[in-house]
Ligand binder design. Sequence first.
Ligand SMILES: [Zn+2]
Length: 281
Amino acid sequence: MEQIILLCLVSACLSSVQTQKYLFSPSWGPIGYKDRDEHRDGTVMDEIIKTNEFQASRILDGTTSLREGDIAVSAGRRSKVCFARSCLWSKSVDGNVYIAYKLSPEYSEAEKSVIKKGMENIEKGTCVQFVPWTHQQDYIDIQPKSGCWSYLGSRGGRQTLSLQNPDCLQTGVISHEFMHALGFVHEQSRFDRDNYVTIMWPNIWRDRVRNFEKFRTDSLGLPYDYSSIMHFGMYAYSQDGEATIVPKSGKDVKLGQASTLSHIDRMKINKLYKCGDEDDY
Ligand SMILES: [Zn+2]
């Protein structure tokens, strides 16, 4: 009898632990998704995932969806993947690539200056220059919509780039979204990525497994860049707090960036847009 009572007590105790786990799981998180704060390694993509999955109230509309977490894709219109060279911004005769932008009046002056810093991050050491819109046919319309996202490359005409206020207003996040607008996808979606990283499929939140697809992108002859601003962090979309991407070259390798472009990111821009003397960068 005593044994039975003990057994009952143990089982009641266990079930209450389960209940607590359930009750105290973050109310804003999807079921099965572990709070990543335990493993915050401060990459730009972690911030974007946090905003797009948990804080953005409604991302896009019925005809537009997000691929890989923050790349906008419209059904019908250029829904095929835009890869390097197929959707470039045009280059000026002086060798620079001038990209016109409009900033929503909803941003304050201080917020506008943070966004400009994110753009300057890209201009540094590259031939890309962002210029305020005057009359240009093709331009980026920066809006505080829901979430941090961008279309891939130049689509022709006006194209939205969303920087939710204030969650996306960090220079690294801003630069990351502009890299998408220039035509770059995430580094770990490179077709040869399996030579450099191991994707830990069982650890990925199952609704987001598709964000880890790989594509036949043009790597521009550049080495795989673990520290690209376009690389997912080690715990991106982890459902159990375990790593989802493990570098093959050792555990000390850090994935992604917190706030700025890597040296290879700048090389990528210059190579894609065929700028300057390659020996200079
Ligand atoms: Zn992205």
